[in-house]
Design a protein around this ligand. Structure first.
Ligand code: FES
Length: 159
């Protein structure tokens, strides 16, 4: 009996970095896990105390270190554990957008959502939707090209 060796071609998976607030979205993701809901495994969740803690550099660093997409998610408006953190995040987000766009980041790779600790289903939906979009967009190589150029500029201007 001959055994056929089948080579499994690994499917490319995007790297999605999700900055989530401890009090709502992280709870929702945790509930999805304990409810045994399945979702795309391309997500890496990074827990922060609140979306108000998000700094635009976090997003840039994630892309710089190889992320193909970034998701920011926290408590719904009015539900922030620190009262106004998510309002600050939302306000900053509108300003970040133009800054990040100017930095050369493809805005289709950035997502913002509100997911509560009770919304495990919404977490699953958002992660699957964002991952599907990233799969269609493919790996984010352009950002690497931008950072390489930056290093070149730094070298030239340091002389
Ligand atoms: S504690 Fe969740 S957004 Fe502020």
């Amino acid at each position: 009996m001959s055994e056929e060796k089948t080579e499994k071609k690994e499917e490319w998976k995007p790297r999605l970095v999700a900055y989530v607030c401890n009090w709502c979205t992280y709870g929702g993701a945790d509930l999805a896990g304990t409810s045994r809901l399945t979702y795309d495994t391309s997500v890496r969740a990074i827990k922060l105390p609140c979306t108000g803690r998000i700094d635009p550099l976090f997003i840039i660093k994630a892309f710089e270190r190889g992320a193909d997409g970034v998701l920011i998610s926290g408590c719904h408006p009015g539900d922030c554990h620190y009262n106004t953190g998510n309002y600050h995040a939302r306000r900053r987000w509108t300003t970040f957008r133009s800054l990040l766009d100017f930095s050369g980041i493809d805005m289709r790779r950035l997502h913002f959502s509100w997911i509560s600790a009770a919304e495990a289903g919404k977490w699953v939906e958002v992660i699957n939707e964002v991952s599907t979009n990233l799969k269609e967009l493919g790996p984010y190589k352009e950002f690497k090209a931008i950072t390489e150029k930056k290093e070149e500029y730094d070298r030239v201007f340091a002389q």
